[in-house]
Design a protein around this ligand. Structure first.
Ligand SMILES: [Zn+2]
Length: 463
């Protein structure tokens, strides 16, 4: 679980097609250009606003409104990202349809010619999904490279060489493969073992996996990609401590993340569960934003913590996965006759149907890609609703930040700076927001701050 400040450019996330979200996707999807010396784009009017606090930060990005040419550039970048995202989703849907309907059976037959794999359904399942996953990686590699490296490079946003981009992408693929295998083997075992109720048991198991991954992600997975270290600016920590007071978020949990190793873009996130709960501030953010704006952004992340957004998303995830697995079960009954043969479980007094189809206990290896395909389709269909919920959470966190800091001016300056640095289209097309965005457009977030009642402009005293 990873709550970031702004929209990730997730078009090249290699695991976004699986039922499990890549925890590092938020910052992992950008590509790169060589050298850490690329200057931040100080577009348009380069001078910092006169209201800035004491400058601990020598390279502030301008907080002025975007100049027309900057806006045009952000729109061009947004259009390219949009095309990549649509192409990526289309490739996923088509690929997994082909894999389920055309590839699964012949590939499984081929694998069964290996003695070890012929004997073990589980090993054959692992081999089948490894093959299908690698085919998928090969099919989507050109787009991933284009979206993650070429485009980011073209807009001067990345700091990775092609080789280092490939290294990080390879690492993501390995993680995604391991997670996919874990989910697929687990579901297969649950379908065979629990029969009619597999969808409920499967949703419960998926929920537990999400909780465990939520706890492990910031301490095990994030450090594979970034250096994560405690924030070491005492005067800033002092200010942030005051904002976190009384919220249950400990000061121990404020970390600096070296996003600059791969990108120019700034970001922040709330990550982890329980004892691994922490606020991550990108070094790109710490470097280019004055303290009162870092406060506004930090307060936004505290807002996610106070509103318990992660717990809510986990519970909604449980409901959504139970519903998805149940629909998947009914579709499999219609498609391959799943559950229409063999001993039945579940319903008391159920009449045994005609033995034409498949028993749950004999659920075949080749049918698992169908399950996967159906979950990709259902994930695509439920995406807009989950995104709407996420945008609602983001608005709550924004409102919390405004209330907590009582400083809408800094909030607005921070978002204008962020727009410039990240070259984010402040006002993308509505359909794109509805389908894909987990965060409201910047234009709306600024409008929210303008709604903030003037009399509330006071020192942070009450939450
Ligand atoms: Zn947020």
């Amino acid at each position: 679980m990873f709550f970031s400040l702004s929209e990730p450019s997730g078009s090249s996330d290699p695991s976004a097609d699986g039922p499990q979200q890549n925890l590092a996707s938020s910052a992992e999807a950008q590509g790169g250009s060589p050298g850490p010396s690329a200057p931040p784009t100080n577009g348009g009017s380069g001078a910092p606003a006169p209201t800035l606090g004491p400058t601990e930060t020598p390279s502030l990005v301008s907080d002025a409104e975007l100049e027309p040419e900057e806006l045009a550039e952000a729109r061009r970048y947004g259009r390219l990202q949009r095309k990549c995202l649509l192409a990526d989703r289309a490739i996923d849907l088509v690929y997994w349809a082909v894999a389920a309907l055309l590839l699964a059976q012949p590939v499984e037959r081929f694998l069964a010619s290996v003695e070890l794999l012929a004997q073990s359904d589980r090993f054959r399942l692992i081999a089948l999904f490894t093959v299908l996953f690698l085919f998928h990686a090969a099919v989507s590699l050109p787009l991933a490279f284009y979206a993650g490296h070429v485009v980011e490079h073209r807009f001067g946003l990345s700091r990775l060489s092609a080789l280092r981009w490939a290294g990080r992408y390879g690492k993501q693929l390995i993680l995604a493969l391991l997670l996919t295998l874990l989910v697929v083997v687990g579901l297969f075992w649950i379908i065979r073992g629990t029969g009619l109720w597999w969808w409920a048991v499967g949703a419960g198991a998926f929920f537990l996996l999400s909780v465990v991954m939520g706890q492990l992600a910031p301490v095990l997975i994030l450090p594979l990609f970034y250096r994560v270290e405690k924030l070491d600016r005492p005067e800033l920590l002092d200010r942030l401590r005051r904002l976190a007071e009384g919220t249950g978020l400990s000061l121990e949990g404020i970390y600096r993340l070296d996003l600059s190793v791969e990108t120019v873009k700034a970001n922040a996130a709330l990550a982890g569960l329980g004892r691994t709960r922490r606020v991550l501030l990108g070094d790109t953010l710490l470097e280019h934003f004055p303290p009162e704006e870092i406060e506004a952004i930090f307060a936004h992340e505290v807002g996610h913590h106070v509103h318990r957004h992660m717990a809510k998303m986990l519970l909604i995830g449980l409901a959504v996965s139970a519903a998805s697995f149940f629909i998947c079960d009914r579709l499999l009954a219609w498609w391959v006759g799943l559950g229409t043969a063999g001993p039945q479980m579940g319903w008391p007094g159920q009449v045994t149907p005609e033995p034409a189809g498949l028993a749950y206990q004999e659920f075949p290896v080749w049918a698992m890609p169908m399950v996967f395909f159906l979950l990709v389709v259902l994930g695509t269909l439920t995406g807009p609703a989950l995104n709407a919920l996420s945008r609602w959470h983001e608005r709550q966190a924004d409102w919390y930040a405004l209330k907590r800091t009582g400083n809408p001016a800094s909030f607005c300056r921070a978002f204008r700076r962020l727009t410039r640095l990240n070259k984010e289209d402040p006002d993308p097309p509505r359909w794109e927001v509805v389908l894909f965005h987990s965060h409201p457009p910047i234009r709306e977030r600024l409008a929210l701050a303008e709604q903030f009642p003037q009399e509330r402009h006071e020192a942070p005293s009450s939450a």
